[in-house]
Ligand binder design. Structure first.
Ligand code: GLU
Length: 545
Protein backbone atom coordinates (compact mmCIF):
# COMPACT_ATOMS: atom_id res chain seq x y z
CA UNK A 1 0.00 0.00 0.00
CA UNK A 2 1.29 3.41 -0.90
CA UNK A 3 0.60 5.28 2.31
CA UNK A 4 1.58 8.64 0.89
CA UNK A 5 -0.95 8.24 -1.88
CA UNK A 6 -3.62 7.29 0.61
CA UNK A 7 -2.77 10.28 2.77
CA UNK A 8 -3.15 12.63 -0.24
CA UNK A 9 -6.36 10.97 -1.27
CA UNK A 10 -7.89 11.38 2.20
CA UNK A 11 -6.57 14.84 3.02
CA UNK A 12 -5.93 16.66 -0.24
CA UNK A 13 -6.38 20.07 1.38
CA UNK A 14 -3.96 19.58 4.22
CA UNK A 15 -0.55 20.90 3.31
CA UNK A 16 0.76 21.55 6.82
CA UNK A 17 2.99 19.05 8.61
CA UNK A 18 3.64 18.20 12.24
CA UNK A 19 6.92 20.10 11.87
CA UNK A 20 5.00 23.23 10.95
CA UNK A 21 2.91 22.76 14.06
CA UNK A 22 5.94 22.32 16.28
CA UNK A 23 7.26 25.61 14.93
CA UNK A 24 3.95 27.38 15.29
CA UNK A 25 3.54 26.24 18.90
CA UNK A 26 7.04 26.11 20.34
CA UNK A 27 7.90 24.96 23.84
CA UNK A 28 6.94 27.64 26.33
CA UNK A 29 9.75 29.53 27.94
CA UNK A 30 8.87 29.23 31.59
CA UNK A 31 10.91 28.84 34.73
CA UNK A 32 12.00 25.34 35.66
CA UNK A 33 9.16 23.62 37.50
CA UNK A 34 6.44 25.94 36.21
CA UNK A 35 3.32 23.92 35.46
CA UNK A 36 0.99 24.44 32.54
CA UNK A 37 -2.54 23.26 33.24
CA UNK A 38 -5.84 23.60 31.51
CA UNK A 39 -9.52 23.29 32.05
CA UNK A 40 -11.29 21.64 29.14
CA UNK A 41 -14.99 21.88 29.76
CA UNK A 42 -17.60 20.98 27.20
CA UNK A 43 -19.90 23.92 26.57
CA UNK A 44 -23.06 22.30 27.87
CA UNK A 45 -24.14 25.34 29.87
CA UNK A 46 -24.05 23.41 33.14
CA UNK A 47 -21.13 24.02 35.47
CA UNK A 48 -20.89 21.55 38.27
CA UNK A 49 -18.90 21.23 41.41
CA UNK A 50 -16.62 18.72 39.73
CA UNK A 51 -15.59 21.41 37.22
CA UNK A 52 -14.74 23.78 40.02
CA UNK A 53 -12.98 21.09 41.97
CA UNK A 54 -10.77 20.25 38.98
CA UNK A 55 -10.29 23.89 38.04
CA UNK A 56 -9.14 24.60 41.53
CA UNK A 57 -6.44 21.96 41.32
CA UNK A 58 -5.35 23.29 37.92
CA UNK A 59 -5.31 26.84 39.13
CA UNK A 60 -3.36 26.08 42.29
CA UNK A 61 -0.78 23.98 40.46
CA UNK A 62 -0.20 26.60 37.78
CA UNK A 63 -0.25 29.67 39.94
CA UNK A 64 1.77 28.30 42.80
CA UNK A 65 4.49 27.23 40.39
CA UNK A 66 4.60 30.40 38.30
CA UNK A 67 3.02 28.58 35.36
CA UNK A 68 0.02 29.07 33.10
CA UNK A 69 -3.58 28.03 33.48
CA UNK A 70 -5.63 28.18 30.34
CA UNK A 71 -9.19 27.54 29.21
CA UNK A 72 -9.85 25.27 26.27
CA UNK A 73 -13.36 24.75 25.03
CA UNK A 74 -13.95 21.11 24.18
CA UNK A 75 -16.75 21.48 21.70
CA UNK A 76 -16.19 18.48 19.48
CA UNK A 77 -19.61 17.16 20.35
CA UNK A 78 -21.82 19.76 18.73
CA UNK A 79 -24.97 18.09 19.97
CA UNK A 80 -24.12 19.30 23.46
CA UNK A 81 -23.32 22.89 22.56
CA UNK A 82 -25.40 25.51 24.34
CA UNK A 83 -25.43 29.17 23.32
CA UNK A 84 -23.63 31.40 25.82
CA UNK A 85 -21.97 28.44 27.50
CA UNK A 86 -18.49 29.91 27.30
CA UNK A 87 -19.66 32.99 29.20
CA UNK A 88 -21.26 30.73 31.79
CA UNK A 89 -18.02 28.84 32.26
CA UNK A 90 -15.92 31.95 32.62
CA UNK A 91 -18.38 33.79 34.86
CA UNK A 92 -19.04 30.93 37.21
CA UNK A 93 -15.35 30.27 37.72
CA UNK A 94 -14.53 33.93 38.08
CA UNK A 95 -17.06 34.15 40.88
CA UNK A 96 -14.92 31.66 42.80
CA UNK A 97 -11.87 33.70 41.97
CA UNK A 98 -10.54 31.21 39.46
CA UNK A 99 -8.93 33.17 36.68
CA UNK A 100 -7.34 31.99 33.51
CA UNK A 101 -4.10 33.37 32.13
CA UNK A 102 -4.78 32.28 28.60
CA UNK A 103 -7.30 30.64 26.33
CA UNK A 104 -10.91 31.21 25.40
CA UNK A 105 -12.33 34.42 26.84
CA UNK A 106 -15.42 36.53 26.39
CA UNK A 107 -13.49 38.74 24.00
CA UNK A 108 -12.08 35.90 21.96
CA UNK A 109 -8.89 33.93 22.36
CA UNK A 110 -6.01 35.21 24.43
CA UNK A 111 -2.59 33.64 23.95
CA UNK A 112 -0.26 32.19 21.35
CA UNK A 113 -1.36 28.58 21.52
CA UNK A 114 -4.83 28.87 20.04
CA UNK A 115 -7.34 28.54 18.65
CA UNK A 116 -8.60 27.45 22.03
CA UNK A 117 -11.87 25.96 20.87
CA UNK A 118 -11.51 22.49 19.46
CA UNK A 119 -14.08 23.13 16.76
CA UNK A 120 -11.64 25.63 15.24
CA UNK A 121 -8.68 23.27 15.17
CA UNK A 122 -9.80 20.93 12.42
CA UNK A 123 -6.81 21.60 10.23
CA UNK A 124 -4.40 20.96 13.09
CA UNK A 125 -5.91 17.59 13.93
CA UNK A 126 -6.05 16.57 10.30
CA UNK A 127 -2.40 17.44 9.87
CA UNK A 128 -1.57 14.80 12.43
CA UNK A 129 -4.00 12.24 11.10
CA UNK A 130 -2.55 12.70 7.65
CA UNK A 131 0.91 12.06 9.09
CA UNK A 132 -0.31 8.92 10.86
CA UNK A 133 -1.76 7.69 7.57
CA UNK A 134 1.59 8.31 5.86
CA UNK A 135 3.22 6.18 8.49
CA UNK A 136 0.60 3.45 8.15
CA UNK A 137 -0.67 4.14 11.66
CA UNK A 138 -4.18 5.26 10.78
CA UNK A 139 -6.71 4.14 8.23
CA UNK A 140 -10.23 4.94 7.04
CA UNK A 141 -12.95 2.64 8.29
CA UNK A 142 -16.22 2.33 6.39
CA UNK A 143 -18.08 0.10 8.84
CA UNK A 144 -21.57 1.37 9.41
CA UNK A 145 -23.47 1.35 12.69
CA UNK A 146 -25.27 -1.86 11.81
CA UNK A 147 -22.12 -3.71 10.92
CA UNK A 148 -20.50 -2.61 14.13
CA UNK A 149 -23.47 -3.78 16.20
CA UNK A 150 -23.28 -7.11 14.47
CA UNK A 151 -19.60 -7.48 15.24
CA UNK A 152 -20.29 -6.53 18.83
CA UNK A 153 -23.12 -9.04 19.15
CA UNK A 154 -20.88 -11.83 17.84
CA UNK A 155 -18.13 -10.84 20.24
CA UNK A 156 -20.54 -10.82 23.13
CA UNK A 157 -21.85 -14.25 22.16
CA UNK A 158 -18.29 -15.54 22.22
CA UNK A 159 -17.54 -13.71 25.47
CA UNK A 160 -14.87 -11.60 23.81
CA UNK A 161 -14.05 -7.99 24.49
CA UNK A 162 -16.26 -5.94 22.20
CA UNK A 163 -14.72 -3.47 19.78
CA UNK A 164 -12.89 -2.98 16.53
CA UNK A 165 -9.52 -4.63 16.85
CA UNK A 166 -7.40 -7.37 15.33
CA UNK A 167 -9.45 -9.60 13.05
CA UNK A 168 -12.62 -7.55 13.73
CA UNK A 169 -11.06 -4.47 12.26
CA UNK A 170 -12.55 -5.23 8.87
CA UNK A 171 -11.16 -2.16 7.10
CA UNK A 172 -7.64 -2.46 8.43
CA UNK A 173 -6.28 -4.00 5.29
CA UNK A 174 -8.37 -2.54 2.50
CA UNK A 175 -6.36 -1.83 -0.63
CA UNK A 176 -5.92 1.63 -2.01
CA UNK A 177 -8.34 0.78 -4.83
CA UNK A 178 -10.99 -0.48 -2.45
CA UNK A 179 -10.71 2.65 -0.37
CA UNK A 180 -10.92 4.84 -3.46
CA UNK A 181 -13.98 2.98 -4.65
CA UNK A 182 -15.72 3.38 -1.31
CA UNK A 183 -14.98 7.06 -1.23
CA UNK A 184 -16.16 7.55 -4.82
CA UNK A 185 -19.36 5.72 -3.90
CA UNK A 186 -19.87 8.35 -1.22
CA UNK A 187 -19.55 5.96 1.71
CA UNK A 188 -19.07 7.67 5.04
CA UNK A 189 -15.98 6.76 6.99
CA UNK A 190 -14.16 7.47 10.21
CA UNK A 191 -10.41 7.42 10.74
CA UNK A 192 -9.11 4.78 13.09
CA UNK A 193 -5.80 4.26 14.78
CA UNK A 194 -4.00 1.13 13.67
CA UNK A 195 -3.25 -0.05 17.16
CA UNK A 196 0.00 -1.87 17.83
CA UNK A 197 -1.42 -3.58 20.90
CA UNK A 198 -1.78 -7.33 21.09
CA UNK A 199 -5.40 -8.39 21.71
CA UNK A 200 -4.39 -11.95 22.54
CA UNK A 201 -1.87 -10.96 25.13
CA UNK A 202 -1.94 -7.26 25.96
CA UNK A 203 1.24 -5.99 27.57
CA UNK A 204 1.08 -4.10 30.81
CA UNK A 205 1.59 -0.36 30.75
CA UNK A 206 2.58 1.66 33.74
CA UNK A 207 1.87 5.37 34.14
CA UNK A 208 2.97 7.51 37.06
CA UNK A 209 -0.12 9.42 38.09
CA UNK A 210 0.68 12.38 40.32
CA UNK A 211 -2.27 11.65 42.59
CA UNK A 212 -2.49 7.87 42.41
CA UNK A 213 1.11 6.85 42.05
CA UNK A 214 1.91 4.06 39.59
CA UNK A 215 -1.10 3.01 37.57
CA UNK A 216 -0.76 -0.34 35.84
CA UNK A 217 -3.18 -1.34 33.11
CA UNK A 218 -3.30 -3.56 30.04
CA UNK A 219 -2.18 -1.75 26.89
CA UNK A 220 -4.68 -0.57 24.32
CA UNK A 221 -5.34 -2.83 21.36
CA UNK A 222 -8.49 -1.26 20.00
CA UNK A 223 -8.39 0.56 16.67
CA UNK A 224 -10.10 3.53 18.27
CA UNK A 225 -11.75 6.23 16.21
CA UNK A 226 -9.58 9.33 16.01
CA UNK A 227 -11.57 11.37 13.51
CA UNK A 228 -15.32 11.11 13.28
CA UNK A 229 -17.10 11.00 9.93
CA UNK A 230 -17.46 14.80 9.98
CA UNK A 231 -13.70 15.24 10.26
CA UNK A 232 -13.91 16.29 13.91
CA UNK A 233 -11.64 14.41 16.32
CA UNK A 234 -12.73 12.28 19.23
CA UNK A 235 -11.90 13.38 22.76
CA UNK A 236 -8.95 10.98 22.80
CA UNK A 237 -7.27 12.38 19.74
CA UNK A 238 -7.98 16.01 20.52
CA UNK A 239 -6.62 15.52 24.02
CA UNK A 240 -3.32 14.18 22.69
CA UNK A 241 -2.85 16.82 20.01
CA UNK A 242 -4.04 19.79 22.07
CA UNK A 243 -2.26 19.00 25.28
CA UNK A 244 0.93 18.43 23.34
CA UNK A 245 0.72 21.54 21.21
CA UNK A 246 -0.51 23.76 24.01
CA UNK A 247 2.40 22.46 26.01
CA UNK A 248 0.34 21.26 28.94
CA UNK A 249 2.55 19.75 31.61
CA UNK A 250 -0.15 18.44 33.95
CA UNK A 251 -3.48 16.99 32.87
CA UNK A 252 -5.90 17.21 35.76
CA UNK A 253 -9.12 15.38 35.02
CA UNK A 254 -11.77 13.25 36.65
CA UNK A 255 -11.17 9.62 37.42
CA UNK A 256 -13.76 8.64 34.82
CA UNK A 257 -10.98 9.14 32.24
CA UNK A 258 -8.64 6.66 33.88
CA UNK A 259 -10.04 3.76 31.89
CA UNK A 260 -9.11 5.46 28.60
CA UNK A 261 -5.56 6.08 29.70
CA UNK A 262 -4.15 3.15 27.67
CA UNK A 263 -5.62 4.72 24.52
CA UNK A 264 -3.95 8.00 25.35
CA UNK A 265 -0.62 6.35 26.07
CA UNK A 266 -0.68 4.71 22.67
CA UNK A 267 -1.79 7.89 20.89
CA UNK A 268 0.97 9.95 22.46
CA UNK A 269 3.48 7.31 21.55
CA UNK A 270 2.32 6.96 17.93
CA UNK A 271 2.25 10.72 17.55
CA UNK A 272 5.75 10.99 18.98
CA UNK A 273 4.66 13.20 21.88
CA UNK A 274 5.96 13.07 25.43
CA UNK A 275 3.29 12.04 27.90
CA UNK A 276 2.06 14.83 30.20
CA UNK A 277 1.81 14.17 33.93
CA UNK A 278 -1.66 12.87 34.65
CA UNK A 279 -3.54 13.78 37.80
CA UNK A 280 -6.76 11.79 37.98
CA UNK A 281 -8.92 13.31 40.69
CA UNK A 282 -11.35 11.35 42.82
CA UNK A 283 -15.05 11.45 42.06
CA UNK A 284 -17.18 13.65 44.32
CA UNK A 285 -19.35 11.50 46.53
CA UNK A 286 -22.11 12.16 48.97
CA UNK A 287 -23.06 10.16 52.00
CA UNK A 288 -26.74 9.30 52.22
CA UNK A 289 -28.22 7.07 54.91
CA UNK A 290 -24.79 5.70 55.56
CA UNK A 291 -24.11 4.87 51.91
CA UNK A 292 -21.75 6.69 49.62
CA UNK A 293 -22.97 7.61 46.18
CA UNK A 294 -21.94 9.90 43.34
CA UNK A 295 -23.45 13.36 43.36
CA UNK A 296 -26.26 13.46 40.87
CA UNK A 297 -27.48 16.31 38.72
CA UNK A 298 -31.07 15.27 39.25
CA UNK A 299 -31.03 14.68 42.99
CA UNK A 300 -28.45 17.11 44.32
CA UNK A 301 -28.95 20.81 43.66
CA UNK A 302 -25.58 21.42 45.31
CA UNK A 303 -23.86 19.80 42.34
CA UNK A 304 -24.57 22.90 40.28
CA UNK A 305 -22.24 25.84 40.83
CA UNK A 306 -25.24 28.14 40.58
CA UNK A 307 -26.45 26.71 43.86
CA UNK A 308 -23.64 28.40 45.82
CA UNK A 309 -24.24 31.71 44.13
CA UNK A 310 -27.97 31.56 44.66
CA UNK A 311 -27.63 30.65 48.33
CA UNK A 312 -25.13 33.44 48.79
CA UNK A 313 -22.11 31.44 49.85
CA UNK A 314 -19.07 33.63 49.94
CA UNK A 315 -16.61 32.45 47.28
CA UNK A 316 -13.82 32.46 49.82
CA UNK A 317 -15.78 30.01 51.96
CA UNK A 318 -16.30 27.68 49.03
CA UNK A 319 -12.61 27.87 48.22
CA UNK A 320 -11.68 27.07 51.79
CA UNK A 321 -14.06 24.15 51.75
CA UNK A 322 -12.65 22.84 48.49
CA UNK A 323 -9.17 22.97 49.96
CA UNK A 324 -10.42 20.98 52.94
CA UNK A 325 -11.80 18.44 50.52
CA UNK A 326 -8.75 18.40 48.27
CA UNK A 327 -5.84 18.31 50.68
CA UNK A 328 -6.03 16.23 53.82
CA UNK A 329 -3.63 18.51 55.67
CA UNK A 330 -5.41 21.78 54.93
CA UNK A 331 -7.52 21.89 58.08
CA UNK A 332 -4.52 21.42 60.29
CA UNK A 333 -2.66 24.13 58.41
CA UNK A 334 -5.64 26.44 58.78
CA UNK A 335 -5.70 25.91 62.53
CA UNK A 336 -2.06 26.83 62.76
CA UNK A 337 -2.39 29.74 60.36
CA UNK A 338 -5.79 31.26 61.01
CA UNK A 339 -5.03 34.63 59.49
CA UNK A 340 -3.01 33.67 56.42
CA UNK A 341 -4.74 33.80 53.01
CA UNK A 342 -5.61 30.35 51.70
CA UNK A 343 -3.49 31.10 48.63
CA UNK A 344 -0.41 30.60 50.79
CA UNK A 345 -1.30 27.04 51.66
CA UNK A 346 1.29 24.70 50.12
CA UNK A 347 -1.22 22.85 47.97
CA UNK A 348 0.07 19.57 46.65
CA UNK A 349 -1.32 16.75 44.56
CA UNK A 350 0.14 14.03 46.70
CA UNK A 351 -2.12 15.04 49.57
CA UNK A 352 -5.17 14.34 47.42
CA UNK A 353 -7.40 11.40 48.13
CA UNK A 354 -7.68 8.62 45.57
CA UNK A 355 -10.91 7.21 46.88
CA UNK A 356 -14.06 9.29 46.44
CA UNK A 357 -13.97 12.77 47.94
CA UNK A 358 -16.88 13.07 50.32
CA UNK A 359 -18.88 16.22 49.78
CA UNK A 360 -20.81 17.38 52.81
CA UNK A 361 -22.98 20.49 52.97
CA UNK A 362 -22.86 20.60 56.77
CA UNK A 363 -19.12 20.65 56.63
CA UNK A 364 -19.26 23.42 54.03
CA UNK A 365 -21.46 25.40 56.41
CA UNK A 366 -19.01 24.92 59.26
CA UNK A 367 -16.09 25.97 57.11
CA UNK A 368 -18.13 28.92 55.92
CA UNK A 369 -18.84 30.05 59.49
CA UNK A 370 -15.14 29.97 60.26
CA UNK A 371 -14.30 31.78 57.06
CA UNK A 372 -16.85 34.56 57.44
CA UNK A 373 -15.47 35.45 60.88
CA UNK A 374 -12.22 36.32 59.15
CA UNK A 375 -13.86 38.60 56.59
CA UNK A 376 -14.27 42.23 57.65
CA UNK A 377 -17.74 43.63 58.21
CA UNK A 378 -17.07 46.09 55.41
CA UNK A 379 -16.38 43.28 52.89
CA UNK A 380 -19.27 41.21 54.14
CA UNK A 381 -21.48 44.23 53.70
CA UNK A 382 -20.44 44.68 50.08
CA UNK A 383 -20.86 40.99 49.39
CA UNK A 384 -24.27 40.84 51.02
CA UNK A 385 -25.68 43.91 49.33
CA UNK A 386 -24.48 42.81 45.89
CA UNK A 387 -25.98 39.41 46.47
CA UNK A 388 -29.27 40.84 47.69
CA UNK A 389 -29.64 43.03 44.62
CA UNK A 390 -29.76 39.92 42.52
CA UNK A 391 -31.38 37.34 44.75
CA UNK A 392 -33.25 39.17 47.50
CA UNK A 393 -34.46 42.52 46.18
CA UNK A 394 -36.89 42.66 49.11
CA UNK A 395 -33.93 43.06 51.49
CA UNK A 396 -32.12 45.80 49.59
CA UNK A 397 -33.83 48.67 51.35
CA UNK A 398 -33.05 47.32 54.82
CA UNK A 399 -29.44 46.93 53.83
CA UNK A 400 -29.11 50.49 52.60
CA UNK A 401 -28.28 51.93 56.04
CA UNK A 402 -24.64 50.93 55.87
CA UNK A 403 -23.58 52.19 59.28
CA UNK A 404 -26.39 50.31 61.01
CA UNK A 405 -25.60 47.09 59.14
CA UNK A 406 -21.89 47.33 59.85
CA UNK A 407 -22.63 47.46 63.56
CA UNK A 408 -24.91 44.47 63.23
CA UNK A 409 -22.34 42.49 61.30
CA UNK A 410 -19.64 43.21 63.82
CA UNK A 411 -21.79 42.25 66.77
CA UNK A 412 -19.91 39.74 68.90
CA UNK A 413 -17.42 38.91 66.19
CA UNK A 414 -14.32 40.15 67.92
CA UNK A 415 -12.59 38.83 71.03
CA UNK A 416 -11.18 35.37 71.44
CA UNK A 417 -14.51 33.59 71.20
CA UNK A 418 -16.14 35.24 68.22
CA UNK A 419 -19.64 34.27 67.25
CA UNK A 420 -19.80 32.05 64.24
CA UNK A 421 -23.34 32.08 63.08
CA UNK A 422 -23.11 33.51 59.61
CA UNK A 423 -23.24 30.88 56.90
CA UNK A 424 -24.23 32.60 53.68
CA UNK A 425 -25.80 35.83 52.52
CA UNK A 426 -29.33 34.42 52.42
CA UNK A 427 -29.07 33.04 55.92
CA UNK A 428 -27.40 36.22 57.18
CA UNK A 429 -30.23 38.39 55.95
CA UNK A 430 -32.74 36.20 57.73
CA UNK A 431 -30.54 35.97 60.78
CA UNK A 432 -30.36 39.72 61.29
CA UNK A 433 -33.98 40.35 60.36
CA UNK A 434 -34.94 41.26 63.95
CA UNK A 435 -33.02 44.49 63.56
CA UNK A 436 -35.72 45.72 61.20
CA UNK A 437 -39.10 46.61 62.60
CA UNK A 438 -41.02 45.43 59.57
CA UNK A 439 -39.37 41.97 59.78
CA UNK A 440 -39.29 41.63 63.53
CA UNK A 441 -41.66 39.04 64.97
CA UNK A 442 -41.82 37.01 68.14
CA UNK A 443 -40.62 33.69 66.79
CA UNK A 444 -40.45 31.65 69.96
CA UNK A 445 -42.47 30.88 73.07
CA UNK A 446 -41.56 32.34 76.42
CA UNK A 447 -39.68 29.94 78.73
CA UNK A 448 -42.19 27.93 80.78
CA UNK A 449 -40.45 28.83 84.05
CA UNK A 450 -41.06 32.53 83.59
CA UNK A 451 -44.00 32.82 81.20
CA UNK A 452 -46.53 33.56 83.95
CA UNK A 453 -44.41 36.45 85.18
CA UNK A 454 -43.59 37.86 81.76
CA UNK A 455 -45.65 41.01 82.17
CA UNK A 456 -44.17 41.76 85.54
CA UNK A 457 -40.62 41.03 84.41
CA UNK A 458 -40.96 43.34 81.43
CA UNK A 459 -42.67 46.10 83.41
CA UNK A 460 -39.89 46.00 86.01
CA UNK A 461 -37.37 46.02 83.20
CA UNK A 462 -38.96 49.11 81.66
CA UNK A 463 -39.02 50.92 84.99
CA UNK A 464 -35.36 50.25 85.64
CA UNK A 465 -34.18 50.72 82.05
CA UNK A 466 -31.44 53.26 81.45
CA UNK A 467 -30.04 53.11 77.96
CA UNK A 468 -26.77 54.53 79.23
CA UNK A 469 -26.10 51.80 81.78
CA UNK A 470 -22.95 49.89 81.06
CA UNK A 471 -23.18 46.16 80.57
CA UNK A 472 -22.54 45.33 84.20
CA UNK A 473 -25.05 47.79 85.62
CA UNK A 474 -27.57 46.54 83.11
CA UNK A 475 -27.15 42.94 84.10
CA UNK A 476 -27.23 43.71 87.81
CA UNK A 477 -30.66 45.22 87.29
CA UNK A 478 -31.89 42.07 85.60
CA UNK A 479 -30.55 40.02 88.44
CA UNK A 480 -32.40 42.22 90.93
CA UNK A 481 -35.63 41.81 89.00
CA UNK A 482 -35.13 38.06 89.01
CA UNK A 483 -34.43 37.84 92.73
CA UNK A 484 -37.35 40.12 93.62
CA UNK A 485 -39.72 37.91 91.72
CA UNK A 486 -38.48 34.67 93.28
CA UNK A 487 -35.91 33.49 90.74
CA UNK A 488 -32.41 32.27 91.60
CA UNK A 489 -29.63 34.79 90.95
CA UNK A 490 -27.49 32.02 89.51
CA UNK A 491 -28.47 28.99 87.45
CA UNK A 492 -26.48 26.71 89.70
CA UNK A 493 -28.45 27.76 92.80
CA UNK A 494 -31.61 26.82 91.01
CA UNK A 495 -30.20 23.48 89.94
CA UNK A 496 -29.24 22.67 93.52
CA UNK A 497 -32.59 23.62 95.06
CA UNK A 498 -35.18 23.74 92.30
CA UNK A 499 -38.05 23.79 94.78
CA UNK A 500 -36.89 27.04 96.33
CA UNK A 501 -37.26 29.07 93.10
CA UNK A 502 -39.56 29.64 90.13
CA UNK A 503 -36.55 29.47 87.85
CA UNK A 504 -33.31 31.36 87.49
CA UNK A 505 -31.99 34.62 86.11
CA UNK A 506 -31.50 33.00 82.68
CA UNK A 507 -35.24 32.41 82.38
CA UNK A 508 -35.91 36.01 83.26
CA UNK A 509 -33.40 37.34 80.75
CA UNK A 510 -34.83 35.04 78.09
CA UNK A 511 -38.17 36.79 78.51
CA UNK A 512 -36.42 40.09 77.84
CA UNK A 513 -34.50 38.60 74.97
CA UNK A 514 -37.67 37.34 73.33
CA UNK A 515 -39.26 40.76 73.72
CA UNK A 516 -36.34 42.47 72.00
CA UNK A 517 -35.12 39.88 69.50
CA UNK A 518 -38.06 37.53 69.18
CA UNK A 519 -35.80 34.54 69.76
CA UNK A 520 -34.39 32.72 72.76
CA UNK A 521 -30.88 32.64 71.29
CA UNK A 522 -29.03 35.71 70.15
CA UNK A 523 -25.86 37.69 70.64
CA UNK A 524 -25.53 39.80 73.75
CA UNK A 525 -28.77 41.69 74.49
CA UNK A 526 -27.05 44.75 75.89
CA UNK A 527 -25.08 45.14 72.67
CA UNK A 528 -28.18 44.57 70.57
CA UNK A 529 -29.99 47.29 72.51
CA UNK A 530 -27.12 49.67 71.87
CA UNK A 531 -27.50 49.08 68.15
CA UNK A 532 -31.30 49.18 68.13
CA UNK A 533 -31.33 52.42 70.12
CA UNK A 534 -33.37 53.42 73.12
CA UNK A 535 -36.61 54.13 71.40
CA UNK A 536 -36.86 50.86 69.55
CA UNK A 537 -35.83 48.86 72.58
CA UNK A 538 -38.48 50.42 74.77
CA UNK A 539 -41.11 50.09 72.09
CA UNK A 540 -40.46 46.37 71.77
CA UNK A 541 -40.63 45.75 75.49
CA UNK A 542 -43.86 47.71 75.69
CA UNK A 543 -45.30 45.83 72.76
CA UNK A 544 -44.87 42.49 74.47
CA UNK A 545 -46.38 43.79 77.69
N1 GLU B 1 -14.07 17.78 27.92
C1 GLU B 1 -13.75 16.87 28.97
C2 GLU B 1 -14.86 16.91 29.99
O1 GLU B 1 -15.64 17.83 30.00
C3 GLU B 1 -12.46 17.28 29.62
C4 GLU B 1 -11.68 16.17 30.18
C5 GLU B 1 -10.24 16.60 30.37
O2 GLU B 1 -10.02 17.49 31.19
O3 GLU B 1 -9.37 16.06 29.72
O4 GLU B 1 -15.01 16.00 30.78
Amino acid sequence: MDNNKLAEMLFPNIDTTPDDMEKRFPERSLEEGAMVTRLGPSPTGFMHLGNLYGAFVDERLAHRSGGIFYLRIEDTDDKRYVEGAVETIIDSLKFFDIKFDEGASKDGDIGEYGPYSQSQRKEIYQTYVKELVRKGLAYPCFLGEEEISEIRANQEAEKLTPGIYGEYAACRNLSLDEIEENIKAGKAYVMRLRSGGNPAEPKEICVADAIRGEVKMPENYQDVVILKANGIPTYHFAHAVDDHLMRTTHVVRGEEWLSSLPIHVELFEKLGFALPIYCHTAVLMKSENGNKRKLSKRKDPELSLDYYKEMGYHPQAVREYLLTLLNSNFEEWRKENPEVPAEDFPFSVDKMSTSGALFDLNKLNDVSKDTLVRISAEDLYTFMTEWAEKYRPDAVEDLSDKEYILKILDLGRSGNKPRKDFVNAGQMIDFISYFFDDKFTIEEDLPAEAAADAKEILSAYLRSYDHYDDQEAWFNKIRDIAVNLGYAAKPKDYKKNPDDYKGHVGHVSTVIRIAIVGRSQSPDIWEIQQILGEERTIARVKALI
